[in-house]
Design a protein around this ligand. Structure first.
Ligand code: FAD
Length: 301
């Protein structure tokens, strides 16, 4: 089944990111979210890989089921951390057999945890740029890569980050998806550096609707994302008011996207955290339209 792009606003295209569930409860939550968000007809969806030390199985199982039971063009993330090239190739072949045609190719976090030094596997791909080149040799895949508007925490400076993105694009990446950010001026300055370096692939802003500002601050610190003080002001006094908090969260994300649209951006990658209501509220505010989409039986577990 093919998915058609959302027709509510022809100037906007969206994609969604999910993570594989760790428990039966989380599995139910994921599939409820997928079922609901399918109605927004994203250009593609992606499933993260190996984060938090998990292996390929949860990603492969999730991706396989999404391809079998939904009309969503589904990308699998893939990291090369702690794996030989042969091991990575085996995963790619398994994914390909499951119907994966699009990879989000990543280096991955250091095996010792964020903040420790990254050691490439002696027989593996040393970084995401090398993985992109390897994927290009294996097959005619769609390949997305990461980008860091506020620089990757391990990068010496933005120039090093932009140079890595250039290597990934030169090696055959089709698009970049950014780490989430909240300051559009920072993104615009980053994009000036990216285009100035001759990188022409689309760079999709990664948008994180804020489910919980306190938790997000901890996570953002590890990712190198700045939380502007204005967000503290927007969420002040709402700790015990979940409905008001959800409205503010939807407003904040929709306002960020509207501002990026005014600056000429049209494609957005939304971090769903496997929850549909807030993401749906953001898309509602943007004027996108839902459509009932036929899904294979059993999609809503
Ligand atoms: P690269 O593109 O190879 O490098 C990123 C930057 O780090 C480069 O700009 C480079 O300057 C710098 N850098 C890289 N290596 C070194 C080094 N040895 N020394 C100094 N600087 C260095 N992680 C997961 O585990 N699973 C996922 O599914 C996942 N999905 C992601 C999706 C998106 C859209 C993004 C933005 C990140 C995702 N991550 C995921 C996180 C990612 O794996 C980490 O940020 C990781 O640390 C870097 O991987 P990368 O592919 O971005 O690395």
């Amino acid at each position: 089944m093919a998915s058609t792009p959302n027709t509510g606003r022809s100037d906007l295209a969206i994609s969604f990111e999910f993570f594989p569930p760790k428990t039966p409860d989380m599995e139910g939550q994921l599939w409820a979210a997928i079922t609901e968000l399918t109605e927004w007809q994203p250009e593609f969806v992606s499933v993260t890989y190996g984060a938090g030390g998990s292996t390929k199985a949860p990603t492969l199982n999730t991706v396989r089921r999404m391809i079998a039971e939904t009309p969503l063009p589904t990308a699998s993330h893939l990291t090369c951390v702690s794996a030989t090239r042969e091991e990575t190739h085996r995963v790619v072949q398994e994914m390909r057999s499951a119907g994966v045609k699009h990879f989000v190719a990543l280096r991955g976090d250091p095996a010792g945890g964020i903040g420790t030094a990254y050691q490439p596997h002696p027989g593996g791909y040393e970084n995401a740029a090398a993985l992109v080149a390897g994927l290009r040799e294996i097959g005619d895949f769609e390949i997305s890569v990461s980008a860091y508007p506020e620089k990757h925490p391990e990068s010496a400076d933005t120039a090093a980050d932009v140079a890595m993105l250039k290597r990934k694009a030169d090696n055959g990446a089709n698009r970049a998806l950014t780490q989430f950010f909240f300051d559009n001026d920072v993104f615009e300055r980053y994009m000036e550096r990216v285009r100035g370096a001759g990188i022409t692939i689309p760079v999709l802003p990664g948008i994180m609707p804020i489910q919980n500002l306190t938790q997000l601050k901890r996570f953002a610190g590890m990712c190198g994302t700045t939380i502007p003080a204005r967000l503290d002001e927007r969420f002040a006094g709402l700790d015990d008011k979940p409905e008001d908090r959800a409205k503010v969260a939807a407003d904040v994300a929709a306002e960020q996207i509207e501002d990026l649209v005014r600056r000429g951006h049209k494609e957005f990658h939304l971090y769903t955290m496997n929850r549909a209501p807030l993401v749906g509220a953001v898309l509602d505010r943007l004027g996108l339209k839902r459509a009932k989409v036929a899904q294979a039986t059993g999609a809503a577990a």
